[in-house]
Design a protein around this ligand. Structure first.
Ligand code: BDR
Ligand code: CA
Length: 312
């Protein structure tokens, strides 16, 4: 625990509209103490995602370092095709923001993860809402990292539902399946908040509009970035709401009671048309936890209350 008796957390992210929503929620969480933000390529390039993270930390006075991480997968693959139709060409709804003063830390995301785990052995929780490349790099670089980390809580994967990039695979897993495999095989306790629960956690337009009115600058940010995201979901599903992916990983760490879970073993398929698929075997000895259901009403009430308390 930190000095104020909170859970020490590192947020590994590729902002990203829903990453930004998760970061302002995390900063408002009562039980969590954010130690660092680490960035990874994904929703946009590494430079763009790092720029966005710095901007968000500056705007919301988050006094934590931002460490830039991987710009390629652990097997060396780079990306030419970012999901601008979901998040905008800049990753944040085409606002083209940049920080006025804040600069990235001198050390890498990988190094930051290793150092934070050394600082809080057996206590550090990593909330990973992008591809798992930085974490895999830390596991492979440090013989003590895996045993120092208490838990990695990921937004990623799809076990009993369809993927959102292929029929089988979710974006954060298909972005670097080998990295997910390294994490799953590392011995670290991993909890997966996948599409199984995040697609059941929907923020509708009227919900967002009420937050815009009463949550101060956080509400203002939601008003700036969520219309783009909502348009994408509306075009996909016909519904006037969007799934709450990355904030689900934060919500689990703050209050696991709103999720139903199973204990067991996660695996990732690395070959063939199912590449990027996550599979789960339920067993009592497993090191992994799969979220299978969510109390979405409590999730939505908590998100709104926390933003109102912290920023309203
Ligand atoms: C995940 O992919 C990204 O687009 C989102 O930020 C989220 O982390 C959802 O599949
Ligand atoms: Ca993300």
């Amino acid at each position: 625990m930190t000095e104020d008796n909170k859970i020490p957390v590192v947020f590994d992210t590729d902002p990203g509209i829903d990453d930004a929503m998760a970061l302002i929620f995390l900063a408002a969480c009562k039980r969590l103490s954010l130690q660092a933000v680490t960035t990874v390529f994904g929703n946009a390039s590494l430079a763009q995602c790092t720029n966005n993270a710095l901007y968000l930390c500056e705007r919301f006075n988050l006094n934590v370092p931002v460490h830039a991480g991987a710009d390629q997968t652990i097997t060396g693959a780079t990306e030419n095709d970012y999901p601008d139709f979901v998040h905008g060409a800049d990753g944040l709804a085409n606002l083209n923001v940049s920080p006025k003063i804040r600069q990235q830390a001198d050390t890498s995301a990988q190094q930051s993860l290793i150092v934070s785990a050394e600082e809080f052995p057996g206590e550090l929780v990593i909330i990973a809402v992008g591809r798992m490349t930085n974490i895999a790099n830390a596991i492979q670089a440090s013989p003590t990292f895996a045993s120092n980390v208490k838990e990695v809580v990921i937004m990623g994967g799809a076990v009993n539902v369809r993927g959102n990039v292929t029929e089988w695979a979710e974006a954060n897993i298909i972005g670097d399946p080998e990295a997910a495999g390294v994490l799953f095989d590392s011995g670290i306790s991993v909890t997966q908040l996948g599409l199984d629960v995040t697609m059941k956690t929907i923020m509708r337009q009227d919900y967002i509009e009420s937050l815009v009115k009463r949550c101060g600058d956080a509400g203002k940010l939601l008003g700036e970035i969520t219309p783009y995201y909502l348009n994408f979901y509306r075009s996909r599903t016909g519904e006037n709401g969007f799934a709450c992916h990355d904030s689900s990983a934060v919500a689990f760490v703050e209050n696991p009671d709103i999720y139903e879970t199973l204990t067991g073993t996660l695996r990732v398929v690395l070959t063939g048309e199912q590449r990027g698929r996550t599979e789960f075997d339920a067993n009592e000895q497993g090191k992994h936890t799969l979220a299978t259901a969510v109390d979405d009403a409590t999730f939505l009430a908590t998100y709104a209350q926390y933003l109102n308390d912290a920023y309203g």
